[in-house]
Design a binder for this molecule. Structure first.
Ligand code: SF4
Length: 367
């Protein structure tokens, strides 16, 4: 079931050093991982674990939780133990929470060494503690956290300024012999973010975490992220990613999985190949495509389903798909690998596709 991407179309990856974030490898030849951040208060353990379960089901590989207070830090041992995904603690200013996260068994810690050095220089202590627990550290910058010195030097948050800032942060750990680092350089402008990551890819071998920060609401943000990630991953740059959207984290994870699947870097679970509609349309195609997508959400096998608004492209398009339907005269012709199976009334199309998908899965199991 499902169509894997032809291998000759998969991009050649930049070879970065490989780290283990819990049991998930990041970098090297590891698959590009999808991550997100919970939006619950981390101290609310049940709500946070519930959200982690939801993003896990959506295909997330790594999850980050914010640790702005002592209560959040105190919740980390339970969350790290009970989460199905490796948990990354996100800490901006307080070194003591970094030590708490390492003690709690978090799989990685995200810190801002620039802030830590400026306010309370514990970078060396953090490097030693992280080396002892074998915990990787993610560092990085975005336009908002860029050092004033670099802003002045480069005349703004330019790609060169962002890359230099990230490499300077890495050097703060390298001074202490710590190189288990992952770098993220984010910007709200995809072109700036792309250029900064290209510089980093050329100048270091650390795994790169891709993100367009403050990408926006779902529609705009998904497009900005897809453009930026598509260009970079197409050049083999990027080891893990987060689609930052002003939405539920589940939607961010789905967007990340779709981007990877579009590049042949992740097997797609469900692909609805629906036509855009035109003057030949004989059904409400937008409604039908959404109904099919909702009905197959969580279907346990990868599946490509063609939903066509008339018979012109139906059988041809449906041949490429596991299942398909082409509509006309209030009816739907159901196809399997381009072969007509039966015709059903429009109201029974989704049900018929579900029946055929189950039959296909059963036949697959019997093989
Ligand atoms: Fe138009 Fe038919 Fe093509 Fe849909 S499948 S875009 S309705 S010609």
């Amino acid at each position: 079931l499902g169509m894997p991407a032809p291998p000759d179309r998969a991009p050649v990856r930049r070879r970065s050093r490989k780290l283990m974030v819990g049991d998930v490898p990041v970098g090297g030849d590891a698959p590009v991982s999808v991550q997100t951040m919970t939006t619950t208060r981390t101290a609310d353990i049940d709500a946070t674990l519930q959200q982690i379960a939801e993003v896990t089901a959506a295909g997330c590989d790594l999850v980050r939780v914010a640790v702005p207070t002592g209560d959040d830090a105190a919740a980390l041992p339970t969350i790290a133990r009970r989460s199905a995904l490796p948990v990354i603690a996100d800490i901006h200013f307080q070194p003591k929470y970094v030590f708490a996260a390492l003690d709690a068994g978090c799989a990685a810690v995200r810190v801002n060494p620039g802030n830590i050095k400026r306010f309370d220089d514990k970078v060396g202590d953090i490097a030693r503690a992280a080396a002892q627990t074998g915990t990787p550290i993610r560092i990085g910058v975005n336009a908002g956290s860029l050092d004033q010195r670099l802003l002045r030097k480069h005349g703004g948050a330019t790609p060169a300024a962002l890359a230099e800032s990230a490499l300077w942060e890495a050097s703060l750990f390298e001074e202490h012999g710590f190189r288990d680092l992952k770098i993220a350089v984010k910007h709200h402008d995809p072109l700036t973010m792309i250029a900064a990551n290209r510089i980093l890819a050329a100048r270091c071998d650390y795994p790169l975490h891709l993100g367009v920060t403050e990408a926006g609401p779902a529609f705009q943000g998904s497009i900005k992220s897809a453009v930026a990630f598509g260009i970079l991953l197409g050049e083999g740059i990027g080891d893990t990613l987060r689609v930052s959207l002003s939405t539920d984290p589940v939607e961010q994870v789905k967007a990340g999985c779709h981007i990877l699947a579009s590049l042949g870097l992740r097997r797609r679970k469900l692909e609805v190949v629906s036509c855009p509609g035109c003057g030949r349309l004989q059904v409400d195609i937008h409604k039908l495509a959404n109904q099919v997508e909702a009905a197959f959400d969580g279907f346990p096998r990868p599946l490509r389903i063609a939903v066509m608004g008339c018979v012109v492209n139906g059988p041809g398009e449906a041949r490429e798909a596991d299942l398909g339907v082409s509509c006309g005269n209030g009816k739907g012709q159901i196809f399997r690998h381009g072969e007509v199976l039966r015709t059903v009334p429009e109201s029974k199309i989704v049900e018929a596709l579900l029946d055929e998908a189950l039959a296909l899965a059963e036949a697959d199991d019997a093989e």
